[in-house]
Write a protein that binds this ligand. Structure first.
Ligand SMILES: [Ca+2]
Ligand SMILES: [Ca+2]
Ligand SMILES: [Ca+2]
Length: 330
């Protein structure tokens, strides 16, 4: 292994991952404590308790602990809905973590995300896309679901939006196994929508010609992107968000969608090991000006972490090698 690879790999495992390893070490986020059949549990990864948007404490959308989605949480954890002998014969278990990465996704069946205080990084999006492609499930419900996550599945979301009625289309997620919502309309507060769905997307909720929610079959996995969060909120918060206009309908659809995206029991995601990207000095899976700036700063300081031609000397050839790696992309 070359020096730069070693540097890269050691840097890769610092920062958040180290924090996470420490937390796992305490047992707080360790292997799920499973009651009943571990294979049957639907393991839900969510960032909510760490990165949920809480409107400065006034409207806490933390799915696991907050109040805004308390009815949603109650529905998902009601054994009559998801549990042995329930409508879906598998129990839902939340695993709230601070970041998305391969090892955490390897203990996950579906990822459930609403509005985040800190958007996913390019590295996290890359892992999330690979997870769905390998058979994992994803449900995003937030205004920017199409804008932020659509590109993973070939879709384009809009940055503009409005408040409107949406009509549920006929789709696997609208016919069951909970209530049939196909043909029903639902009023939603400010939301964005999709400009296009690409080859693998199908509309779920339509406002005129554009989809507000869509389902995607991506490789072996499935994703539902719903460009709003208020449609399933238990109550509104002043200057923060509105409450659902038809919560029972919203909950039925939500549970249908969870049933649709959930992989078969026994699913195990094997994390993709991405090729090293030495030029990504500001490690964010994006090669940009900041990586160049960092290279130049380290080079001028004689910092041997930028000894790209690994010979113990910083010279013109290291600059050339860096530029070469940079041009090659990640
Ligand atoms: Ca909204
Ligand atoms: Ca970078
Ligand atoms: Ca050198």
């Amino acid at each position: 292994m070359g020096f730069m690879n070693m540097v890269h790999q050691s840097v890769c495992h610092t920062g958040r991952f180290r924090f996470l390893a420490a937390v796992v070490g305490t047992g707080l986020l360790g292997a799920p404590a499973v009651a009943g059949d571990p294979v049957g549990v639907i393991r839900v990864l969510t960032l909510e308790s760490f990165r949920a948007y809480d409107c400065n404490g006034a409207w806490d959308t933390d799915l696991v602990n907050g109040e805004v989605f308390e009815d949603l949480r109650a529905a998902l954890t009601d054994p009559a809905n998801f549990g042995i002998g329930g409508v879906v014969d598998r129990e839902i278990q939340f695993n709230s973590v601070p970041e998305i990465n391969g090892p955490l996704l390897s203990q996950t069946d579906i990822v459930m995300l609403s509005t985040l205080s800190e958007p996913l990084t390019a590295c996290e999006l890359r892992d999330l896309g690979a997870f769905v492609e390998a058979g994992g499930g994803l449900f995003v419900f937030e205004n920017s679901a199409g804008l932020r996550y659509g590109p993973l599945f070939g879709a384009v979301g809009t940055s503009s939006g409005d408040s409107s009625f949406g009509a549920f289309a006929s789709h696997a997620t609208t016919v069951g196994p909970f209530a049939n919502t196909a043909g029903s309309s639902i009023q939603i507060a400010f939301h964005r929508h999709f400009e296009s769905l690409g080859a693998h997307g199908a509309p779920i909720l339509n406002h005129g010609e554009s989809a507000v929610a869509a389902g995607f079959e991506h490789g072996l996995g499935r994703a539902v992107l719903f460009c709003d969060e208020e449609w399933v909120a238990s109550f509104g918060g002043a200057n923060c968000g509105a409450g659902a206009f038809d919560l029972p309908l919203a909950l039925s659809f939500f549970m249908n969608a969870v049933a649709w995206i959930t992989p078969e029991a026994g699913f195990e995601y094997e994390p993709v090991v991405w090729p090293p990207c030495p030029a990504d000095l500001v490690e964010d899976c994006v090669l940009d000006f900041f990586d160049v700036q960092t290279f130049l700063a380290r080079f001028s300081e004689g910092d041997m972490t930028v000894d790209f031609i690994d010979d113990g000397v910083l010279d013109f050839f290291d600059v050339l090698e860096f530029l070469n790696d940079f041009a090659g992309g990640c």
